[in-house]
Design a binder for this molecule. Structure first.
Ligand code: ARG
Length: 295
């Protein structure tokens, strides 16, 4: 058992290298006796999986026995709603698997993305899973788990529009010759890193912030904006669903998707990180991704 613990510890440290926030405390030792009647009946040392011990996070939850997840389900394939308005996708499945490991009931709250960021900061949600990227700005007001996916911001244009060829190091849009495009109106989802990068580069007047990705794409179709900057996952889904659009080759930014928790909620963060890293190691996260992202 000691071997397994140190293996887990080593794994945590390796994963920690890819951490979003760098707030890990890998030196922490696990003092719970291995034979204690752990909550998890799935304890199976041969599989090298969960030890059933995720630390003392119970007092850090908003509601006893529940993991309240906040998200914005207009971000396929990470989160969207089915015909019965259930929130489905990669993030709910990852959250469900984390909740199962922690012995909690998952409750999903589907609200606007910017409101979701606030909800976790103000202690109205335990975790935020929303294809949410790590950013230094956000790190000042919330804590981030280790990363579970890479997100790329890409540029969507109307099909055949070759005027925008990509972004430069200053996040300015450029044409095929690399010349900066000054006169442009960019559509983004409100509260996202795409909005931040574009506003930093262009100022607010050149950026139209819309309620969510699908509204932003609609604005592009209607000619209200010249392009949309959004994460590649939803970009591919929107382009597939709406003829007449295409994605500019190359990434505008590269980001890490993480689980967000309230700033300073270390007990919950460590429990989430442990569960998440087990799922990365044993391939569960990849399986969930493959289920939603073909190829
Ligand atoms: N990755 C971007 C960000 O963190 C966009 C996320 C939007 N997610 C959503 N569920 N609508 O800002």
């Amino acid at each position: 058992m000691k071997k397994i613990l140190s293996l887990l510890l080593a794994m945590t440290m390796v994963m920690g290298l890819a951490a979003c926030g760098g707030q890990e405390t890998p030196e922490e030792t696990n003092t719970t006796p291995a034979e204690s009647p752990a909550e998890s009946p799935a304890e199976s040392p041969e599989e090298g999986g969960s030890t059933g011990d995720y630390g003392d996070f119970a007092g850090s939850l908003i509601e006893e026995g529940k993991l309240i997840m906040v998200t914005n389900a207009s971000f396929p394939p990470y989160e969207m709603t089915d015909d019965d308005n259930n929130v489905i996708g990669i993030d709910p499945e990852i959250a469900q698997a984390i909740a199962d490991k922690l012995g909690l009931e998952l409750v999903i709250d589907n609200i606007d993305f910017d409101a979701a960021l606030l909800a976790v900061q103000e202690g109205r949600a335990d975790v935020m899973l929303a294809g949410m990227s790590y950013s230094e700005e956000r790190d000042l007001v919330m804590d981030f788990s280790d990363t579970y996916a890479t997100g790329y911001q890409v540029i969507i244009v109307r099909e055949g529009d070759t005027s925008i060829a990509g972004g430069n190091d200053d996040y300015m849009l450029v044409d095929a010759e690399g010349n900066v495009i000054e006169d442009v109106q960019i559509g983004v989802q409100r509260g996202t890193t795409g909005e931040l990068y574009c506003q930093d580069a262009y100022g607010v007047d050149h950026v139209t912030s819309l309620d969510n990705g699908s509204v932003a794409v609609q604005a592009l179709i209607n000619g209200q904006v010249d392009c949309v900057v959004i994460d590649i996952g939803p970009a591919q889904e929107y382009v597939a669903a709406n003829p007449g659009l295409e994605i500019v080759e190359g990434a505008y930014t590269i980001e890490d998707y993480c689980v967000g928790v309230d700033e300073g909620n270390t007990a919950l963060l460590e429990a989430v990180n442990k569960a998440l890293n087990e799922m990365i190691e044993d391939g569960t996260v990849q399986e969930i991704m493959d289920q939603y992202i073909g190829g």
